[in-house]
Design a protein around this ligand. Structure first.
Ligand code: UT7
Length: 319
């Protein structure tokens, strides 16, 4: 027994930061950002907290699934950094929504949502749970060096949630990791021990963009080919392809090598930028709420990010 998706939700901050606004902060311009990334706007946390937004997404997913927080047997929050080092963001959310089940965070950077689905699948397979809540949210604006134009124009805050129930919706899933602390990383920050001889560094993201770009295109193609085949499908049978929303050029380059019809790609990077683990569940919820998902549709998803990690899967929509 595996799972099916019973409900979805999403939440992004109110405040919109345009490319023009960024060009007053660092030496950049709307034209460069649009043509190199496809991004026009991003949402940035101001007065909300990450937990407020996670709770909104979680409650939407519970409503959509028609269950209550008390029915949950597991909560996983995919994030690189919650509101606290400890307790986990999942435990903070658990308290806020009134759930009583086990809860923990999972850090696989931008691939965290797909990693969490695979972990949840294991709980269903062992017959341990009937309902799980997976939230994926990153607050990258608080992990960004706002004086570094090569990264600060790329990211946004936001995330989504899904409620999973027993079912056969998950058709295939594949995770990878390739340990690399050179091309994409954020140090853990201040060190508090008077004994530690190391120096803490500012906990902001560093990226060698072109290396990550090449990794992303190669591995999106590889991951999607693998999971579509494992699901016993042809690529042309994929009704909706939801790639991690990092850069429209990455999506275009991968799409040119795959056989999934280009019009089946879901793209919202223009409005939200790269929201890390949040990007795929935000897009999934938009599709669901816009009534674009029909029972029987095959949805392929593929994420890549720091680690370097990737996660790909095929899910049949049976709501
Ligand atoms: O979620 C997973 C993590 N991240 C990603 O998936 C990102 C993957 N990488 C990328 O999307 C692209 O590599 C970037 C969008 C980050 C950069 O695009 P690029 O086409 O690889 O540009 P580049 O790094 O080669 O930079 C080209 C030029 C450089 O100037 P010179 O050396 O040619 O004079 C940069 O200094 O663009 C300059 N540049 C900028 N110019 C204006 C870099 N950032 C900016 C900027 N505005 N914001």
């Amino acid at each position: 027994m595996s799972f099916s998706i019973l409900g979805t939700g999403r939440a992004v901050p109110e405040y919109v930061v345009s490319n023009d606004k960024l060009s007053t902060m660092v030496e950049t311009n709307d034209e460069w950002i649009r043509t190199r990334t496809g991004i026009h706007n991003r949402r940035i946390i101001t007065t909300e907290t990450m937990t407020d937004l996670c709770v909104t997404a979680a409650n939407q997913a519970l409503d959509d699934a028609g269950i209550t927080a008390k029915d949950l047997d597991l909560i996983i929050c995919a994030t690189m950094k919650g509101m606290y080092i400890t307790p986990s963001e999942a435990c903070v959310i658990q308290k806020e929504i009134g759930a009583t089940c086990p809860a923990f965070d999972l850090n696989a950077a931008c691939s965290g949502f797909i990693y969490s689905l695979d972990v949840a699948d294991g709980f269903f397979a062992r017959g341990k749970i009937k309902h799980a809540l997976v939230i994926a949210f990153d607050n990258l604006s608080n992990m960004t060096d706002w004086t570094d134009r090569s990264t600060c124009v790329l990211f946004g805050d936001g995330g989504g949630a899904v409620v999973l129930g027993e079912g056969d919706g998950l058709k295939s899933i594949h995770l990878t990791a390739n340990g690399n602390t050179d091309v994409l990383y954020a140090p853990r920050g201040e060190l508090t021990s008077p004994f530690d001889t190391h120096k803490g560094e500012k906990p902001v993201l560093h990226m060698v963009g072109q290396e990550v770009y090449k990794f992303a295109v190669t591995n999106m193609v590889r991951g999607i080919r693998k999971v579509v085949k494992a699901a016993g499908l042809e690529q042309k049978e994929i009704t909706h392809m939801i790639p991690h929303q990092a850069n429209i050029r990455i999506i275009d380059a991968a799409a040119a090598k795959l056989d999934i019809p280009r019009e089946n790609y879901v793209v919202n990077v223009g409005e939200y930028g790269n929201t890390s683990a949040g990007s795929i569940p935000i897009a999934l919820d938009e599709m669901n709420k816009q009534g674009k998902l029909k029972k029987g549709d095959y949805i392929a998803m593929c994420a890549f990010g720091a680690g370097l990690t990737t996660g790909s899967c095929v899910i049949q929509w049976d709501k």
